[in-house]
Design a protein around this ligand. Structure first.
Ligand code: DGJ
Length: 742
């Protein structure tokens, strides 16, 4: 690792004394530490021997020295610990080796270095005034994407172990009159449901306390926050945050009596105290933050750009259109079932086939979810010519081949559970509760980490033609206990599970940098930026019903990028909901994310077959580059309860765009239309507008201006009217720049 360079940070040294009443006075002047991106700034006030104070996070100003002025709150520490004058929303609480509960952190210097053209890291060094204990705040500014991340690293050299009760990634005090919190609540099949509420006095907490795995199922570790007004797509100040952590998390929002909102985010301290030996360090995950002065649309685009460039595997590469075998075959297949699916997929123009659950286990065949999990040998009866035959077959049909694993879990009815009972998470002397007939392996144990890595390694080695892995995880930790951890360190399990998982991910990516990996946990129960950086995409939900998917994907794409949002056309009636939907609606919804299919392709016949081929071709040729690499503009929210939704993607150079519109359940009388105002176009450009994916029955466009040209200015001001009058009508319009007609 390169040594840190001397500070190049914009530091303004004025001989002014900060107004902080509790600040220990030293002769050294206070300095402004301004950490900036293209449009935003995080401003701290630092004075040797005194706490580092928070001054500002938001739009960048042209006069950072003014933050030295008096008149700011003098009790807002950048990283408040239990001690001194801090009492609310602490970032750090611990018990020192001598039993003392208090920690008082003061400024001890900082370093700054450019990591590359885009990233600048500032490390703010804090030290306790009494004990040999330090906290380094690692703050990285991603200039182009207007994102700032922060994590904390605690180290101590006390004579005996300390006990860390709580260590947050970041603590942020924001000041405004009122605050509107958007968070993403959910459940299985119902993930990322957008909920907006005005914050009132008292703590508002979004968290996962004790699932350990599947921690994003009921609330995602992310949020948006609008100041003074409910969030709007194009106006107003909006913050967005996401914690890069795949374990229990806690984000607290506390408005205080002085109209400051304290946001504290980090690993959940619940039953997670850590015993830290002298010389040991403890590192938190990154808290990811962005700010937009022009509404939440820009906040999402900042995060999408950032993710594609910095926190998603292969963020610059197009994703293939795939067929996944799950809803088409479940556990009931043999070689012929799969080769027929591959044949049909090839005929449709699909680019990859993924074999889901059910391909392994011999002593305990994986013919249902009650047996075989953990026994990663190819099932000889179902697949006598093994995986290599299938993978080669797919490649011979010009398809890539992918395969499913769930390496962190085990069925009680498996050879693995018989051989390694000590690898299973359990509380000693008690029965292990089951969920989906399975148990969780103890990833805190390095031997289990080796096993999980080997499952991945051995699976990929089944054929050189395997280029995609779907990594699933289908139950939470219940009744926690680890035979690997000592009696005094059982509370380490929650965090050690996640760091053990990341250790395996690191090894996987070191050996397989090019493989595509899907992040799956009964759908979207592990969608977070901690895991996502190792993956190419996530399985958004087990609910493949397109009407529900409009809401789930709309919520997911507030924070996570559409390129990673696996979105599959499934059968009608839908297997989860029983709802019957036109194939066009199902395609038009799935095409607004990473398009795939999750059905038995031989069941698509007649007009539908021709339509499916055209829709896949349209996606590959026209829609994919825009959805996967363009800018998302949300136009009409499905959460507005008027039965409609619309969104569009605009190419970075604004020469092309694609607009999706859905009638979710509303009936419009004849003559009425769905009026939509596009956004993000270049007003000076002239666009030709084409209705793609025409209804296979009518072959008629729902857009009166189909194939005509008009300016971006006209489109954005006058809008477009679509005759999607019936429930589950939909439209996909393609806009491309044309030379203006004379
Ligand atoms: C849960 C996943 O979300 C599904 O897509 C499928 O892979 C099943 N597990 C298989 O058991």
């Amino acid at each position: 690792m390169k040594p840190l360079l001397a500070s190049t940070l914009a530091i303004l040294c004025l001989a002014a004394t900060p107004s902080h009443a509790q600040t220990r006075k030293t002769n050294a002047p206070a300095q402004i530490l301004e950490i900036t991106t293209a449009d935003t700034a995080l401003v701290l006030l630092a004075k040797p021997g005194a706490p580092v104070l928070f001054r500002h996070y938001g739009a960048k100003t042209n006069d950072p020295r003014a933050f030295l002025n008096k008149g700011y709150r003098d009790d807002l520490e950048a990283y408040p610990a239990l001690g001194g004058a801090n009492f609310a929303n602490l970032a750090l609480s611990l018990t020192h080796a001598d039993g003392s509960l208090t920690t008082e952190l003061v400024y001890a210097g900082h370093d700054t270095r450019a990591l590359d053209d885009d990233r600048q890291e500032t490390i703010v060094h804090l030290k306790d005034t009494l004990y040999p204990l330090t906290v380094d705040l690692h703050i990285t500014a991603f200039k182009t994407e207007n994102v700032i991340t922060q994590r904390a690293i605690l180290t101590h050299h006390e004579p005996a172990p300390i006990r860390v009760e709580n260590i947050a990634s970041a603590s942020l005090p924001l000041q405004a009159g009122s605050y509107y919190l958007t968070h993403f609540h959910g459940a299985w099949g119902h993930e990322m449901q957008l909920t907006e509420e005005k914050l009132t006095p008292g703590d508002k907490v979004i968290e996962n306390t004790r699932q350990g795995v599947q921690t994003a199922m009921s609330d995602n570790p992310s949020f948006m926050l609008a100041l003074d007004h409910p969030a709007d797509e194009t106006s107003g100040e909006v913050y967005a945050g996401a914690l890069a952590w795949s374990g229990n998390f806690k984000i607290i929002f506390s408005p205080d009596e002085l109209e400051t909102l304290h946001i504290t985010a980090g690993m959940n301290p619940f039953a997670s105290a850590r015993i830290l030996a002298p010389g040991e360090s403890l590192q938190t995950p990154d808290m990811i933050l962005t700010y937009s002065a022009t509404g939440r649309g820009q906040a999402s685009r900042n995060l999408h750009d950032w993710a594609r460039r910095h926190s998603l595997a292969h963020g610059d590469q197009p994703r293939p259109v795939l067929l996944n075998s799950w809803e088409g075959a479940y556990f009931n297949f043999d070689e012929k079932t799969l080769t027929t699916m591959i044949d049909n997929a090839a005929a449709l123009g699909i680019e990859m086939f993924v074999l889901d659950d059910g391909w392994f286990g011999n002593k305990y065949p994986r013919d249902n979810d009650r047996a075989g999990l953990g026994d990663w040998q190819v099932n000889n009866k179902k697949l006598p010519r093994a995986i290599a035959y299938l993978a080669d077959y797919a490649v011979s049909k010009n398809l890539r081949f992918g395969i499913w694993i769930e390496p962190e879990m085990v069925n009680p009815k498996s050879e693995l559970a018989e051989q390694h009972p000590d690898w299973i998470i359990k509380s000693p002397g008690r029965d292990i509760p089951q969920r989906r007939n399975q148990w969780v392996l103890d990833l805190a144990n390095p031997a289990v980490q080796d096993f999980v890595f080997k499952v991945f390694d051995d699976t990929v080695s089944l054929s050189p033609n395997i280029t995609y892995i779907k990594w699933d995880a289908n139950r939470p930790i219940l009744s926690p206990g680890s035979t690997h951890l000592s009696a005094g360190k059982q509370t380490h399990l929650w965090q050690d599970y996640v760091t053990g998982l990341y250790n395996v991910y690191d090894r996987v990516r070191a050996k397989y940098p090019n493989i595509t990996i899907q992040l799956c946990s009964s759908g979207g129960a592990r969608v977070d930026y901690g895991a996502l950086k190792y993956h190419d995409e996530f399985w958004t939900s087990d609910n493949t019903n397109a009407v529900d998917r409009v809401l789930i994907q709309y919520g997911a794409n507030m924070i996570y990028p559409p390129i990673a949002t696996a979105s599959h056309v499934s059968a009608s009636p839908n297997h989860q909901t029983g709802m019957t939907l036109p194939l066009k609606f199902r395609f038009d919804v799935a095409s607004s994310g990473r398009l795939g299919m999750e059905l038995q392709p031989k069941d698509i016949t007649g007009d539908d077959l021709a339509f499916a081929k055209t829709a896949i071709q349209n996606y590959k040729q026209t829609i994919r580059p825009l959805v996967q690499f363009g800018d998302l503009h949300r136009l009409v929210s499905p959460y507005a309860n008027d039965g409609r939704a619309a969104l569009m993607y605009v190419a970075k150079d604004k020469t092309q765009a694609v607009l999706f519109a859905y009638n979710l359940h509303h009936f419009l009388p004849r003559g009425f239309t769905f009026a939509i105002k596009p956004r993000g176009l270049d007003p000076a450009k002239t666009y030709e507008v084409t209705d793609l994916n025409l209804n296979p029955k009518t072959q008629k466009s729902v857009f009166p201006g189909n194939n005509k040209t008009c300016t971006g200015d006209y489109l954005m001001k006058a809008g477009i009217n679509l005759a999607i009058r019936l429930p589950h009508d939909s439209a996909v319009l393609y806009l491309v720049e044309k030379a203006a007609k004379k």
